[in-house]
Design a protein around this ligand. Structure first.
Ligand code: GAL
Length: 454
């Protein structure tokens, strides 16, 4: 009987805080509590239906989402699917904004990184403090995962899994035939790429789609400088970092790597890049580890058909993107189902099963690495070393707000596509953008900046 009372009290405090005129509903809830007080607690939770907006549309992502739907169904919660295609959530972010503006927010949405803080500041998200406190999330979440979902001391999202963006995949048969070792540095990468090309094989499967180019650049910055400088560039957005020689070197390297792609540049979706690599049409690929799950869909087996390693120069580091689901409070009538869903998503069994299908690793410190494949184990054990080795992905919204991210990605894309744009010019333009952003804020709220105290 305590549950409904706690919830009603919580709603009323959220209602007072948000000032969004939800208080009429609170009295309704309190009234239903009083009526409910006389009746015995039902053994089964009431059936509920939640709309879930997300961008998991590839074959492997679909399987992972279906697993969540099946587990929720066991809890009498129907997953109403709202899948919006577009890698890295480019389309989903726009649809979400449109729906919220039209007063039609889904109950649950994939919302990641700094976006959580941006939406939370609007007062629209459901606080999950009760669920997190009752489940003692602090005890088992990695500290940087907890930091990511907590905004202004409230838990605003449920973490599902951690992806490693600095992952290199190589074709084992081709590497064995050419007697190549997986490259650990960019110099070794150049040597391997050159050997592959001489053998008539395209060295790198890579799209020229904006977000995929920027993801490659993140890898290059991390390799060139390590996580501390990476943060200066993408989290603090320091004009000095933009002008730094290490940024110049990463930009030069981006152009060199472009030379190892298909001559005919095209903006293929990431799924097609994975398909090309799986079919042996390229020797290497650098992509987040969701690609691993998609490779399985093509029948490619880890450690047999392909190998998985850290992207050159980044072995000690973890360039991460964390999948999280946030809940819109709406009129609070779905709150109990939303809380039940949140509770379920962090359980050890669901974390292990979901991440095995999705290609990521659990957000839990107590996960069992012995149950992971070699690629997942390397990711999880590296991430577990803590903030000093972790770098938040710019592309996947972990480093900065949406507007800054989009502007930085656009600059990098322009440089990548047009060989007439010089390195110094990009550095100048990034510096100017950073000065502008920093007039507005000293680092985005929620950014994964470990130097900043909450
Ligand atoms: C990331 C997301 C992954 C995967 C990837 C490609 O942002 O965390 O789950 O969907 O985009 O779209």
């Amino acid at each position: 009987m305590i549950g409904p009372l706690v919830n009603a009290v919580r709603v009323s405090s959220a209602c007072l805080r948000s000032g969004l005129g939800r208080c009429a509903l609170v009295s309704g809830l309190l009234a239903s509590f009083q009526v409910g007080a006389a009746t015995p607690a039902p053994s089964l939770p009431a059936p509920a239906s939640l709309q879930v907006l997300h961008w998991w549309t590839s074959a492997s992502e679909r399987k992972a989402a279906d697993l969540l739907a099946a587990r929720l169904a066991e809890e009498r919660i129907k997953w109403q699917d709202v899948a919006i295609p577009g890698g890295a959530g480019i389309g989903a972010g726009k649809v979400l904004k449109g729906r919220v503006l039209a007063g039609d927010a889904p109950e649950v949405t994939q919302m990641i990184g700094v976006s959580i803080a941006e939406w939370a500041d609007l007062g629209l998200l459901l606080e999950l403090d009760n669920v997190a406190a009752a489940g003692n999330w602090s005890r088992f979440l990695f500290p940087s995962i907890e930091e990511l979902v907590v905004h202004r001391k409230h838990v605003m999202a449920v973490p599902l899994g951690i992806h490693r963006v600095n992952t290199l995949y190589y074709n084992r048969a081709l590497f064995a035939r050419l007697k190549l070792a997986p490259p650990q540095t960019w110099a070794e990468f150049e040597a391997a790429a050159s050997r592959l090309r001489k053998a008539g094989i395209q060295p790198l499967a890579q799209s020229s789609e904006a977000w995929q180019v920027a993801a490659l650049f993140e890898n290059l910055v991390l390799a060139e400088s390590g996580p501390a400088f990476y943060r200066e560039l993408f989290v603090q957005r320091s004009p000095q970092a933009a002008a730094d020689g290490r940024t110049a070197e990463a930009l030069r390297r981006l152009r060199t790597v472009k030379g190892w792609m298909r001559r005919q540049l095209d903006e293929r979706p990431w799924t097609q890049v994975v398909a090309a690599f799986a079919q042996g049409r390229a020797g290497m690929m650098i992509m987040g580890d969701w690609a691993r799950a998609e490779l399985a869909e093509h029948g490619a087996a880890l450690d047999q058909d392909y190998g998985c390693a850290a992207a050159p120069g980044t072995a000690p580091y973890h360039l991460y993107s964390v999948d999280t689901l946030a809940m819109f409070a709406g009129d609070y009538h779905q709150m109990q189902a939303q809380e039940r869903m949140a509770r379920l998503l962090v359980t050890p069994g669901l974390q292990a099963d979901f991440n095995a299908l999705k290609g990521g690793v659990p957000v839990r410190r107590d996960a069992d690495p012995a149950r992971m494949d070699s690629c997942a184990r390397a990711s999880w054990t590296t991430f577990a070393k803590g903030a000093a080795v972790q770098a938040p992905s710019l592309v996947h919204r972990m480093a900065t707000d949406e507007v800054s991210r989009d502007a930085i990605i656009a600059e990098l894309h322009r440089y990548f596509l047009d060989d007439h744009v010089g390195v110094a010019e990009v550095q100048r333009r990034l510096g100017a953008l950073f000065r502008l952003f920093n007039l507005k804020s000293q680092g985005a709220p929620g950014a994964q900046d470990t130097d900043r105290r909450r």
